[in-house]
Design a protein around this ligand. Structure first.
Ligand SMILES: [Mn+2]
Length: 234
């Protein structure tokens, strides 16, 4: 049987036209997993049943994590939060983490992982980490527009053979201070953290870009889905 991968709800993504193909579910399928969407609920009992049945958790992209979750006030820089997604995903993260099950975070997902491990975020990159890179690209979602340099002795380095990755970029927030046990495994040329992992955990990776749009024609993007699904089989 294929490993069962629970994805956090894509409600807001549908509104944001993130229904474009390909996507998260197709990427999980192509990598050999069976994707299911989890309910948008903070009901612990319901989420505990889902966590018990799923072999891994994929935290998808979406709105900003409430800065209150990392001890900050919302700055007047265009932060848009979803209390429903925060409540559901924080509860789901705790349950999957307590069970030691693989967790992959994409975009909002990498930010959520970092916050749940006690780290902080830049609430807005242009306001707090000015850069000559447009991290919210105007090109189509499947067009890579900046590099990510993998750091030696990390899984991302192994996956890319030490070569820089060409990635898409659709974010205005990013990891600031890494949380407990969180290590950086990839950075943009402007120094912004684009990929993290937790070496002490079975499999916990987060990437700031969107491999779900890139995997059909990009082996590193496909490799991220493959590594996750393989970890879920173990
Ligand atoms: Mn970026």
């Amino acid at each position: 049987m294929r490993p069962l991968i629970g994805l956090t709800p894509l409600v807001e993504d549908v509104r944001m036209k993130h229904w474009m193909r390909p996507g998260y579910m197709e990427g999980v399928s192509a990598a050999g997993g069976l994707p299911v969407m989890l309910p948008l609920t903070a009901d612990e009992g319901e989420l505990a049943e889902a966590a018990a049945r799923c072999d891994g958790l994929l935290l998808t992209g979406g709105p900003d994590v409430d800065p209150a979750r990392y001890g900050q006030e919302i700055l007047p820089v265009g932060v848009g939060i979803s209390p429903e997604r925060d409540a559901m995903e924080c509860a789901a993260f705790r349950l999957f983490e307590a069970a030691g099950k693989p967790i992959l975070g994409i975009c909002r997902g990498v930010q959520l992982i970092n916050v749940m491990r006690g780290g902080t975020l830049y609430q807005d990159i242009p306001a707090q980490h000015p850069s000559n890179i447009a991290h919210r690209q105007l090109e189509d979602h499947d067009v890579p527009t900046h590099e990510v340099r993998p750091l030696p002795s990390t899984p991302l380095w192994e996956l890319s053979g030490g070569q820089p990755l060409r990635v898409n970029t659709l974010h205005h927030q990013a990891v600031d201070r890494p949380g407990e046990g969180v290590e950086v495994m990839g950075v943009a040329p402007d120094g912004l953290i684009e990929a993290i992992w937790v070496p002490s955990y079975r499999y916990m990776w987060g990437v700031q870009w969107h491999p779900e749009y890139l995997w059909p024609k990009d082996s590193s993007a496909m490799g991220i889905f493959r590594a996750f699904v393989e970890a879920c089989k173990a």
